[in-house]
Design a protein around this ligand. Structure first.
Ligand SMILES: [Fe+2]
Ligand SMILES: [Fe+2]
Length: 134
């Protein structure tokens, strides 16, 4: 079972952006599958690396787009991105310290972030500026 499920209210109304967001959710799910399958520490750390890279790249693209257009809520939007990256770093630290990672708490935390971020920040951004160039 996947940790996160795509929900209709995640949609920002632009297919290309929704597609990228689905890919982020897939990355989280793949990491979670690897974690729960009891993969080796090295392979799980590899998944964490991929996840971090994928999410950072998406955020960097959005942030560049906002900067280029002088978007009025750039600071708030960027700090919400940073909050998710911090959250992932915390999960990674827990894993490295062999702490148990509770799946329901993890799912809720990430789901809450994605719901709020896509529905508020990203929907507002893309309504104002359209699709960012990929
Ligand atoms: Fe986004
Ligand atoms: Fe965003």
């Amino acid at each position: 079972m996947s940790l996160l499920q795509w929900k209709d209210h995640y949609s920002v109304g632009i297919d290309a952006v929704d597609h990228e967001h689905r890919e982020l959710i897939d990355l989280i799910n793949r990491l979670y599958d690897e974690l729960t399958a009891g993969g080796s520490k090295v392979s799980v750390e590899g998944f964490f690396g991929d996840l971090f890279k994928g999410i950072s790249a998406h955020f960097a693209l959005e942030e560049r787009f906002m900067r280029e257009h002088g978007y009025d809520q750039f600071t708030q939007h960027k700090s919400d991105h940073e909050r998710l990256l911090d959250e992932i770093r915390d999960i990674m630290d827990d894993f490295e310290n062999d702490k148990e990672i509770g799946s329901s708490e993890l799912g809720e935390r990430l789901d809450a972030w994605f719901s709020r971020h896509f529905e508020n920040h990203d929907a507002r951004l893309h309504k104002a500026l359209g699709t960012h160039p990929t």
